[in-house]
Design a protein around this ligand. Structure first.
Ligand SMILES: [Zn+2]
Ligand SMILES: [Zn+2]
Length: 323
């Protein structure tokens, strides 16, 4: 990493406007101390992206580096996860395997939040399939007690801000995570109105991965490959303030390719007094362990552990989502 420190010092010392000029004219690497790798990282960082090289390093080493004490303590306060997928939608594993992995991690509960009907690429559940899933979950819960699978959904937010499932079903679910998955490049005003409507919906408990950014490319079902994408534009202050007003938690999404919200927005949400849910958005049992990422970011931005809804007991949590 010394090369990056050197390169950062070189960039810091450049006169105003010189970095832009060098990026434009592709002459960054003419500077002493900046090579092809560090040069590429600077260009990506300058464009507001986490450099691909750094993201990969972080991913590769995160499993080897022990958690800092304060992060480990934060993590140990989490009792469950409010955003997980099974093979009923685009996850890779049966509900039971996800639940068993959560139990092995010491969790007390896991909200099962498979996708809603509109997200056909992710095999979203129709109302009929969701009804059937509720029966399956009820049976599993008898068997796995005292562990509790909370019923739920990751519900698409339509363009007009309405939610992609019947009101009746949304009312029966324990946890509703509402997320934007389409038209991510919309104008800020339209995106803000869309998110505000979803946050104000009485069924919504958690606002999922609010910016929709993807830091590194990823493989999806059927070999589909998604390219990195920047944050959606929206009025974060208005949206987070609405979250406070309507008692909707802001998700801290722990997926390494998401890490959403970005730290600057997470700090804003802390400042405005939001509640949070530190979720993995796991699509496989091993991914349930990703909460470390979210805890690290929560500690870094001064999130109060009592404001994290998944540190609460299942009963406290259900009181909150019902309210
Ligand atoms: Zn999602
Ligand atoms: Zn998800």
């Amino acid at each position: 990493m010394a090369a990056f420190r050197t390169a950062a010092a070189v960039v810091d010392a450049l006169p105003e406007g010189e970095l832009d000029r060098r990026i434009r004219t592709r002459t960054l690497t003419d500077l002493r101390g900046i090579g092809p790798k560090t040069g590429a990282a600077i260009v990506q960082a300058h464009a507001g992206e986490v450099p691909e090289y750094l993201a990969r390093l972080e991913e590769a080493y995160s499993e080897l580096v022990p958690l800092a004490d304060d992060v480990a303590e934060f993590r140990s306060a989490l009792r469950g996860d409010l955003h997980t997928h099974s093979d009923w939608s685009d996850g890779g594993s049966p509900i039971r395997e996800m639940a068993e992995a959560a139990i092995a991690l010491g969790h007390e509960y896991m909200a099962l939040t498979d996708h809603s009907p509109r997200l056909t690429v992710a095999n979203g559940l129709t109302a009929e399939r969701l009804e059937r899933q509720l029966d399956v979950v009820a049976e599993l819960n008898e068997e796995l007690s005292p562990f509790r699978i909370l019923t739920g959904i990751e519900c698409d937010i339509h363009l007009d801000g309405s939610l992609d499932q019947t009101d009746e079903l949304l009312g029966r679910l324990d946890v509703v995570v509402a997320s934007v998955h389409s038209d991510l490049r919309a104008e800020s005003a339209a995106m803000t109105a869309r998110m505000l409507a979803a946050v104000a919906n009485p069924h919504t408990d958690v606002l999922g991965h609010c910016t929709g950014r993807l830091l590194i490319p990823r493989e999806q079902r059927e070999g589909r490959r998604q390219r990195p994408r920047p944050e959606s534009a929206f009025d974060a202050e208005a949206v987070f303030s609405a979250c406070v007003e309507h008692g909707t938690a802001v998700e801290i999404n722990s997926r390494p390719e998401r890490l959403d919200p970005p730290l600057r927005l997470l700090s804003l949400a802390v400042e405005l007094g939001c509640s949070f849910s530190i979720d993995t958005d796991a699509h496989a049992p091993g991914q349930l362990d990703w909460q470390d990422n979210g805890c690290e970011r929560a500690v870094e931005t001064g999130v109060d552990v009592d404001r994290v809804v998944n540190t609460w007991t299942a009963d406290e949590l259900l009181d909150w989502t019902a309210g």
